[in-house]
Design a protein. Structure first.
Length: 194
């Protein structure tokens, strides 16, 4: 019986040049895919980042008046003087719907510390009313419709994407703007802004 022997060259790992053409091609494709993914993520961030707010947009927020789902009036002037999270959302927007319970919990936990939350629904009033029967919110909601879209654009949401959130300080100045879904880390950072 013979025992197979291995030569010293068999024990040495292959270098990239020694790999088969298929293996090299796979490595090349993986590198190209990774580079394309990074470029795509960078482009998406660049396109979706909030633009600078238009002149007078911050002041215009405090002059807005919206109807509420229950038929009352939501006068934004009443929210000046304390920090405010202004969230633009819609019932047909899955990330919006997903973040609403977290925003509601934030409001419940921090309103005694002066924090306010207002949701501006960029949606049909009937859809918002129906939605709020399934998921009641403690913070005020305004029926903003197309006017809310324009307000969002003036605050830097040129793409018109949702959700879009603007954090105002107690003096009415914009402290932060975010395109996309709010996270618990965002809320913790914003608590420190005031």
């Amino acid at each position: 019986m013979t025992v197979p022997t291995t030569s010293a060259s068999d024990a040495v790992p292959q270098t990239l040049a020694d790999r088969t053409p298929v293996t090299r091609r796979r490595a090349l494709y993986a590198g190209v895919a990774a580079a394309a993914g990074a470029a795509g993520a960078g482009l998406a961030w660049w396109r979706l980042r909030p633009a600078p707010a238009q002149d007078g947009a911050q002041q215009a927020v405090w002059t807005q008046v919206f109807d509420t789902p229950d038929g009352a009036r939501l006068d934004m002037a009443g929210f000046s003087g304390r920090p405010l999270i202004l969230n633009f959302w819609a019932t047909w927007c899955p990330p919006c719907v997903e973040e609403l319970p977290m925003l509601n919990a934030f409001y419940r936990e921090n309103r005694s510390n002066g924090w306010q939350v207002v949701g501006l629904a960029i949606d049909q009033p009937s859809s918002v009313r129906k939605f709020l029967t399934r998921l009641p919110l403690e913070f005020p909601v305004g029926l903003a419709g197309l006017g809310g879209s324009e307000l969002g654009r003036s605050l830097g949401n040129l793409a018109g994407g949702l959700p879009f959130t603007v954090v105002f300080g107690a003096k009415g100045q914009v402290l932060h703007r975010k395109m996309g879904q709010v996270t618990s880390d965002d809320l913790q950072r914003w608590l420190a802004l005031r």
